[in-house]
Design a protein. Structure first.
Length: 158
């Protein structure tokens, strides 16, 4: 392959990259869906989280609305719909959550606070996953958006 040729001409690369992005977006979507559904299943816990991390006194209705929006966002990410918006909002939402828990992330063993919270550190690679998904969104060949574009181009050419 010459260096001037587009990288996607390498046999199988487009398929492998597309498969990798499917795996990434489904995993990140499921991650968000769990948190979205939590707002319906254990609403008091979600309200306590809003108060503790964000200083927000939330109602059940607020938790339900946020849970519904988060679940819809998760589904959009899982299927690859409205990629620029869904991947971007997912990245932004997780970045805000990560920032809200930064004190637990920088002290995973509890050396400062006295209480180990190393599971919060998992937010960092998840944030990296959202960043990668957003940056590679135009290469997500097996997304709903790409399927829709291919289908429309076939309809127009017939």
């Amino acid at each position: 392959m010459k260096s001037t040729e587009p990288i996607m001409t390498e046999p199988g690369l487009k398929r492998r990259l597309g498969a990798a992005l499917v795996i990434l977006r489904v995993a990140l979507g499921v991650f968000l869906l769990v948190w979205g559904l939590e707002k319906f299943i254990i609403t008091p816990r979600s309200i306590a989280i809003y108060d503790y991390f964000y200083g927000i006194s939330a109602s059940d209705a607020f938790a339900y609305v946020l849970g519904g929006l988060e679940s819809l966002l998760a589904l959009a990410i899982m299927i690859g719909a409205l990629r620029r918006w869904s991947y971007g909002i997912g990245l932004l939402a997780h970045a805000v959550t990560t920032a809200a828990t930064i004190r637990l992330i920088v002290d995973p063993w509890g050396l400062i606070s006295g209480e180990p919270q190393h599971l919060y550190f998992a937010a960092v690679p998840i944030l990296a996953g959202f960043m990668a998904l957003y940056l590679l969104r135009d290469l997500d060949y097996f997304s709903f958006d790409e399927w829709r574009v291919r289908r429309l181009s076939r309809v127009r050419s017939s």
